[in-house]
Ligand binder design. Structure first.
Ligand code: AOF
Ligand code: ZN
Length: 361
């Protein structure tokens, strides 16, 4: 039964997807006499935590009840008072936890306080699922660096466009819709300047209740066209341009359009991606969906900033020695020098496959 209620808490937590960053998605269920008497989740950054919402929405006495929560309850004063206080005050006698909170302000402290108040605590229920749910939070709270997800769609022969550069479309509608779930989930979206020049994308989330990601453009020489959709929409969609250029005139113009310009040191003529990640992390951006192109992808992989890869594979073959693949750059010399990945998830959207990997270090 523990897993059953934790699964309900997990589904509740996911409702906060896109709205809680850089805080975690958390769900909570209160059970008494084998009945669910209340449910809650963390709805929005800075607002009440899942536990407090579940308590707030509960219409009956919680005395002697059990709370199922996907993350260890907090015991600190942040933007909200400690959840442990509310749990203790309401006479809940058992708390079942999915994953321990690595936040240094909590880190086992919530469990300790609950036990000190004679509340039975069970940990590690559906832990794997709870850790996966908040992979961004667990990374960002420890490193202060954004969690980077490289995403691309390719044909079975590894092409992201035909030899003429045409790429609309590789995957079908369902797979393309799924990409927008990622754009909603992760806080930022990053592309290289060539993608802006060639495709003129808007980089928004097209889900009905979706949140638009913060756009980050790697543009070492500040070549971005003022008439591009990115610049033209920067007053309504948050936009960062990362550059090594000190062309103050163009910087001022971009700023007048609403872009935020980040001056980043160059490394071999390109944006120093590790520096950029530090700056992005300092801006409070906890995660990035990296959508190419190939030059930026290769640099990101070799600089070691990529945490996860989402590869969509379409049942098509383009062929062509001049047709490009998702990762460009120079490439490794020997097979042993490769970037190693671990397959963690596979999903099917009609005839397209999504293969999801963790980058091994
Ligand atoms: C959340 N939502 O449901 C839970 C969280 O600044 P505060 O008060 O919002 O505290 C944020 C911290 O609280 C967060 O880093 C995490 O350690 C803990 N638990 N946070 O935003 C929740 N349960
Ligand atoms: Zn809390």
């Amino acid at each position: 039964m523990d897993e059953h209620y934790m699964r309900i808490a997990l589904e509740l937590a996911k409702k906060g997807c896109g709205w809680t960053n850089p805080n975690p998605m958390v769900g909570a269920v209160i059970v008494k006499d084998n009945q669910i008497i209340s449910k809650g989740y963390h709805e929005k950054y800075g607002e009440y935590h899942a536990e407090r919402n579940a308590i707030l929405y509960c219409m009956e006495s919680m005395k002697g009840g059990t709370m199922y929560v996907t993350l260890e309850p907090c015991c600190h004063y942040g933007k909200t008072p400690p959840c442990t206080e509310a749990i203790i005050k309401n006479g809940i006698k058992k708390v079942v936890i999915g994953s321990v909170d690595p936040n240094p302000a909590v880190a086992g402290g919530g469990i300790k306080i609950l036990r000190e108040h004679n509340i039975e605590v069970v940990t590690g229920v559906l832990e794997k699922e709870c850790l996966e749910l908040n992979h961004v939070f667990f990374h960002y709270i420890k490193t202060k660096l954004p969690y980077v997800v490289m995403k691309y769609a390719m044909t079975l022969d590894g092409k992201i466009a035909t030899y003429t550069g045409e790429s609309k479309w590789i995957t079908g509608e369902k797979a393309r819709n799924h990409v927008h779930k990622s754009r909603n989930h992760y806080s930022g979206i990053m592309v290289g300047i060539n993608t802006v020049i060639n495709d003129d994308p808007l980089l928004t989330c097209r889900l009905s209740n979706g949140k638009n990601p913060i756009r980050i453009i790697c543009d070492s020489k500040l070549q971005i066209p003022l008439e591009s959709k990115i610049v033209q929409s920067a007053n309504r969609l948050e936009t960062y341009i990362a550059t090594g250029s000190t062309d103050n005139g163009k910087i001022k113009t971009l700023e007048s359009f609403g872009c935020k310009v980040l001056i980043i040191p160059l490394k071999n003529g390109h944006i120093d991606l590790r520096e950029l990640m530090k700056r992005i992390g300092e801006e409070g951006i906890d995660s990035i969906l990296l959508e190419g192109g190939g030059t930026l992808n290769y640099a990101a992989l070799t600089e070691g900033i990529v945490n996860r890869v989402q590869a969509y594979v379409a049942p098509k073959i383009f062929g062509g020695i001049m047709a490009i693949s998702p990762v460009g750059g120079r490439g490794v010399e020997f097979p042993n020098d490769c970037i190693n990945l671990e397959l963690i998830n596979q999903e099917r959207f009609d005839q397209d496959l999504l293969l999801e990997y963790i980058v091994k270090r």
